[in-house]
Write a protein that binds this ligand. Structure first.
Ligand SMILES: Cc1cc2nc3c(=O)[nH]c(=O)nc-3n(C[C@H](O)[C@H](O)[C@H](O)COP(=O)(O)OP(=O)(O)OC[C@H]3O[C@@H](n4cnc5c(N)ncnc54)[C@H](O)[C@@H]3O)c2cc1C
Length: 495
């Protein structure tokens, strides 16, 4: 008889694992705390506008292709490449950089500040390429059974990259680029990992290769939520049931096996195997009461930024604003030093604006525009009181209006704001940290919360806070690695 797998959480990690498992004959059921699937990859429909709530693009599209092949389906959504990848504007500067993938075209943008940009960029990207090809398949796409196994895997990496391990992102970028503009723009990717270039390892400069050379960035036709709708449709074909508005709050176990998860209405959910897609660190602490993951211990770990996200519906168009845009100040290092702990940083906010309706006109009423702002802010450990939320949002809207030379305030017909409080409460994210645990060296690989449980042999984890890390492609890899563990467990426990 086929084994029953119960999945706690319908984020991308849970949904993609569910389909991989259902396609291999497992009976799969999903329990989700919220009223719709997707987790952070979610959607708000309001006042005639459609907003993607979290991810607004993805890299490494081949991980989605791999997922479709693994499930023997055609990818149930269409994606298209972004070029330019994004734009960057520094405060009080008339220049807006367009980050093209073509290095020659890119270099044109920088010729006034860095005449050798093209040569420097080619050398930098060549090194990033080597780091990517020497680490990605070996380190990122592997399961580890022990720290020894992890270290042994690391030892297979070309020793020529060891020096990069001892540099941070900024130092690695600065080896190749001389101008502040180039250094700041090329190292922006570290913020996509939820930290800053000054506390992210130089190894992650491999991401520059993935964005500019290897595969680029992608949007989804009709908005990012089409990913979720597509996978949920495939799950329906496999008779996978998703029960919404149901939060797991307890459990029952027998020796080293989990017998059932218990929800907030005291219902028991039995299964042979359990897969936790809720945050792997938070769930261990809050549900399994593990001392190593108590609230106090979680607070001592390093978490990614808390996002302040603003969803605006406008009644007019913004023809001069591109799809993805970064608005930076003139105090990069000072900003980066403060952004995680010091609320003062919000006096001069740095932020990202996505205009979803630019390439998806159906997301806004005729003649309107759908805007999504993300502003990195200290998580709830360092700023717990959001009574000044409206003031902060207002200052961001004013700054944006000033940058694009159009007051958008009279055009706003829809407004929704999520502070880290909403991110925490909706998705059980620790202190409202948007991307989960950070990727510092002692929180990756064998040092990240494992994708198998330390106590219960039939419990596994998939998602951003277990291996390999955060972001949509990483979460797809995570579901693959967790499923590999489940297949192995099943094979060893089938008589
Ligand atoms: C503002 C923002 C912008 C982002 N932008 C990008 C981007 O542009 N590109 C990119 O690749 N990535 C981006 N990310 C990261 C990306 O969203 C995440 O890495 C990814 O969606 C995480 O998926 P997951 O399945 O691990 O977790 P989640 O999406 O958090 O899913 C976990 C699910 O478990 C549910 N759950 C939690 N606890 C319980 C419980 N006790 N019982 C039942 N259910 C429970 C939650 O409600 C949730 O639905 C962004 C994230 C944020 C917050």
């Amino acid at each position: 008889m086929s084994k029953k797998v119960l999945i706690a959480g319908a984020g991308l990690g849970g949904l993609s694992a569910a389909l991989r498992l259902a396609k291999r004959g497992y009976q799969v059921e999903i329990i989700e705390k919220n009223s719709q699937a997707g987790g952070r990859l979610n959607q708000i429909k309001k006042d005639g506008f459609t907003f993607d709530t979290g991810p607004s693009f993805f890299s490494m599209s081949y991980e989605f292709t791999e997922f479709a092949e693994d499930c023997n389906i055609r990818l149930p959504f269409k994606f298209y490449e972004l070029d330019p990848l994004y734009t960057v504007n520094f405060k009080n500067s008339p220049v807006t950089y367009h980050l093209y993938r073509d290095v020659k075209k890119l270099a044109e943008q920088f010729k006034h500040v860095e005449p050798n940009f093209e040569e420097n960029a080619r050398k930098y990207l060549e090194k990033s390429k080597q780091i990517f090809h020497d680490t990605f398949d070996i380190v990122i796409k592997s399961n580890y059974d022990s720290v020894y196994h992890y270290l042994k895997t690391l030892s297979k990496v070309n020793p020529g990259h060891v020096n990069v391990l001892f540099r941070n992102y900024w130092q690695q970028v600065s080896k190749y680029f001389k101008s502040e503009d180039a250094r700041q723009i090329i190292s922006l990717v570290a913020f996509f990992l939820g930290r800053t270039p000054f506390d992210t390892s130089g190894v992650y400069t491999l991401l520059s290769y993935t964005e500019f050379m290897h595969d680029g960035y992608y949007n989804v036709e009709g908005g990012m939520y089409k990913i979720v709708e597509g996978i949920v449709d495939e799950l329906k074909k496999e008779n996978v049931k998703i029960t919404y508005n149901t939060e797991i709050t307890g459990f029952e176990s027998e020796n080293n096996r989990l017998v059932s998860l218990i929800d907030d209405k005291n219902r028991k959910w039995d299964a042979d195997i359990f897969l936790v897609n809720a945050d792997a660190a938070v769930f261990r602490g809050r549900i399994f009461n593990r001392k190593e993951y108590s609230e106090a211990k979680l607070d001592k770990m390093e978490w990614t930024m808390g996002p302040l996200t603003i969803y605006l519906g406008l009644k007019s168009k913004l023809p001069d604003v591109e799809h993805h845009n970064y608005y930076l100040g003139n105090n990069f290092k000072d900003y980066a030093d403060k952004v995680f702990k010091n609320p003062e940083v919000l006096e001069k906010p740095y932020y990202y604006v996505n205009v979803l309706s630019k390439s998806n006109p159906g997301c806004a009423p005729e003649g309107g525009e759908t805007l999504f702002f993300v502003c990195p802010v200290p998580d709830l450990r360092f700023k717990s009181n959001w009574a000044d939320r409206d003031e902060i949002v207002s200052s961001i809207i004013d700054d944006f209006s000033m940058r694009i030379k159009k007051d958008i305030r009279p055009e706003i017909v829809s407004e929704t704001v999520y502070t880290p409080v909403e991110w925490q409460n909706q998705f059980n994210l620790h202190r409202g940290s948007g991307l989960g645990l950070s990727h510092k060296m002692m929180q990756i690989g064998a040092f990240r919360p494992k994708n198998y449980d330390e106590v219960y042999k039939n419990v596994f984890y998939a998602g951003a806070s277990t291996i390999p890390g955060t972001g949509l492609p990483m979460v797809l890899i995570s579901s693959k690695l967790a499923c590999e563990r489940i297949y192995k467990y099943n094979a060893e426990n089938t008589i």
